[in-house]
Write a protein that binds this ligand. Structure first.
Ligand code: COA
Length: 260
């Protein structure tokens, strides 16, 4: 697969590997709990878009190195937008979201430890989700003075009901692995040290199924146009919130928390 120069720059933080028709996208910034930067979104989006027209790819697997799946968007980049240093478009998240919305390839995820913000909302676009027993899913957007993204404002309440989804968004409640499976957000809980291996085996098993039928099934199960419309609405409100005084205060509080 040919990579752009920006994707090369993000290579160390996103590993891309094709194995047995499974395109494995590994978040590899463990020292920052796999917080996602603009360069990482670009690398992921590029890989997802190319995969859709690559006959060698039948399944996409998301996994992560270290003790956390992802701490969500990089908060220093959010802070740069909030302070006016960069434009919201510099976050580069839009093409990644678009790729998720329009995906027809089946997505599998392996999640250990913390999955915050988009680390959890990404899972709403995955077709098989395996959680390590230490997985903690959270979407504390309101605590950060933000709003839900990745169509989670609709997809999450659809899955788990309005009241539970609101508590996750607005109170910052966390779901442990067992509860996430009970609520239908994931398929199974595995010992954390085996979850990536298990998800890879499942992805390879899936890749052996008739790929045309796999893709058609996924398409039937999702309304891509509706998902894109929700994302567009969210992005507008998210960008507005991101530039609010209250968001800047929240990001400063995160930075200060590190120094305490
Ligand atoms: N953006 C940028 N850096 C982040 C980050 C994020 N979202 N999440 C964690 N990091 C960094 C920390 O600043 C720290 O960096 P440092 O070692 O240079 O100080 C490093 O990753 C380790 O994080 P730390 O908070 O010390 O680890 P922890 O195990 O105590 O807690 C989390 C892990 C994920 C619970 C915690 O880091 C957290 O809450 N992160 C913010 C999550 C968030 O609000 N994301 C945005 C959602 S929209």
């Amino acid at each position: 697969m040919r990579l752009t120069s920006q994707e090369h720059a993000a290579m160390s933080a996103v590993r891309i590997l094709l194995e047995d028709q499974v395109l494995r996208l590994t978040l590899a910034r463990p020292e920052k709990k796999n917080a996602l930067t603009g360069a990482m979104y670009e690398a992921l989006a590029g890989a997802l878009v190319r995969a859709e027209s690559d006959p060698q790819v039948h399944v996409v697997l998301f996994d992560a190195e270290g003790d956390s799946f992802s701490a969500g968007n990089d908060l220093t980049e959010f802070a740069a937008v909030a302070s006016g240093a960069i434009e919201p478009s510099a976050l580069k998240v839009r093409t990644f979201l678009d790729a998720l919305a329009t995906a027809t390839l089946p997505y599998v995820a392996a999640v250990q430890g913390a999955a915050v913000g988009i680390g959890t909302t990404l899972l709403l676009h995955c077709d098989l989700v395996y959680l390590g027993e230490d997985a903690q899913l959270s979407t504390p957007f309101v605590n950060l003075a933000l709003v839900p993204e990745a169509a989670s404002s609709v997809l999450l309440p659809e899955r788990i009901g309005h009241a539970r989804a609101f508590a996750l968004f607005a109170l910052g409640e966390t779901l442990d692995a067992q509860r996430a499976v009970e609520l239908g957000l994931a398929n199974a809980v595995l010992p954390s040290h085996t979850v990536r291996e298990h998800a890879l085996a499942q992805a390879k098993a899936l890749a052996k199924r008739p790929v045309g039928a796999l893709r058609a099934t996924k398409q039937l199960m999702r309304d891509a146009a509706a998902i894109r419309a929700v994302m567009a609405r969210e992005i507008e409100m998210f960008s507005e919130r991101l530039r609010s005084e209250e968001a800047l205060t929240a990001f400063k509080a995160f930075a200060a928390r590190k120094r305490d």
